[in-house]
Design a protein around this ligand. Structure first.
Ligand code: C5P
Length: 297
């Protein structure tokens, strides 16, 4: 028997860094949501206790370094369960892109194995386990819309953002999140995002206000490492985006537009500058995004 879980990409509508903590992490305040660009994780029951993993992308590790593998191993350790699993990852989300692809794979693995192994753990319990794997994993367990504080693991749910199209463009090179945070100088941040105003905009389903309050303090840091980020932003505005922002630590940049025709125009315009371009719908909630069918081979 095997089950499948969809692992949607995350985008940041805001990302603010408040201070550097004594444990080396940054205290953050972020508004995060999901878009309809997703990996698919298939989990096959195995007769023995081993974990094995394969991925359709050669860009991610196919062994115990993969976050989905680590999720399965940690779940076994925490619950004492002796069962094995083969994990197959169908990768769609660009890697090292600021879209939490690896974290979402880990979260989908936790959700899937919770069902496959009938563990009856709550989302909160899965998120607690996920926090040991990476800062974005708890958000990805819920895969809805939320304010994330602390390292990113303290979540307050929000309603989904107003419906729109999201055009994502990933520059050729990836960046390491640790590298970007290391270069961030909190005392040199010129403008902090107005998180409260973004939350109000979402609650009021006020699309223009969501666009007005997009902000990410890591954007200028990553822009210095990769000039393509600025170029893509400029092109997106030129091609008619309503709002433009880099997601997470980048380097993926996204544009919000209301109409599908405008999204197509942006994709066509960007193709000359950037190889990885996607037009997808804003999701913001897990209910329609999860494949919850149990299949029998
Ligand atoms: O938690 P995760 O492994 O995803 O974080 C990757 C790196 O990003 C951390 O090692 C740290 O350098 C940086 N980071 C940070 N503050 C956060 C989250 C991540 O400095 N809140």
């Amino acid at each position: 028997m095997y089950i499948s879980e969809k692992a949607p990409a995350k985008i940041n509508l805001t990302l603010d860094a408040l201070y550097k903590r004594t444990d080396g992490y940054h205290e953050l305040e972020m508004v995060m949501t999901t878009v309809d660009l997703a990996d698919r994780i298939d989990m096959f029951e195995l007769p023995g206790p081993a974990i094995s993993l394969e991925s359709s992308s050669g860009l991610v590790p196919q062994d115990e370094r993969n976050l989905a593998y680590r999720a399965a191993a940690l779940l076994k350790e925490k619950t004492g369960i002796k069962r094995g699993v083969h994990i197959r990852i169908h990768k769609q989300i660009p890697v090292a892109a600021g879209l939490a692809g690896g974290s979402s794979d880990a979260a989908a693995t936790l959700r899937g194995l919770n069902r496959l192994w009938k563990l009856h753990l709550s989302d909160a319990e899965l998120a607690g386990i996920g926090a040991e794997i990476g800062s974005d994993v708890p958000f990805c367990v819920y895969a809805n819309t939320a304010i994330a504080r602390g390292r990113g693991e303290l979540l307050t749910p929000l309603p989904p953002p107003p419906p729109c199209w999201v055009v994502l463009a990933k520059p050729a090179h990836g960046v390491s999140t640790a590298d970007v945070f290391q270069r961030l100088r909190i005392d040199q941040i010129e403008e902090h995002p107005r998180t409260k105003a973004m939350v109000e905009a979402i609650k009021n389903r006020d699309y223009p206000s969501v666009n007005r309050h997009l902000g990410n303090v890591l954007e200028s840091v990553t822009m210095k490492m990769d000039p393509e980020v600025r170029k893509i932003k400029e092109k997106m505005i030129q091609f008619g985006a309503d709002g433009v922002l880099m997601s997470g630590s980048g380097p993926t940049v996204f544009a919000l537009v209301k109409k599908e025709a405008r999204a197509r125009r942006l994709v066509n315009g960007l193709r000359g500058f950037c190889q990885q371009v996607y037009a997808v719908r804003m999701l913001g909630t897990r209910s329609e995004g999860v494949l919850d069918k149990i299949r029998t081979k």
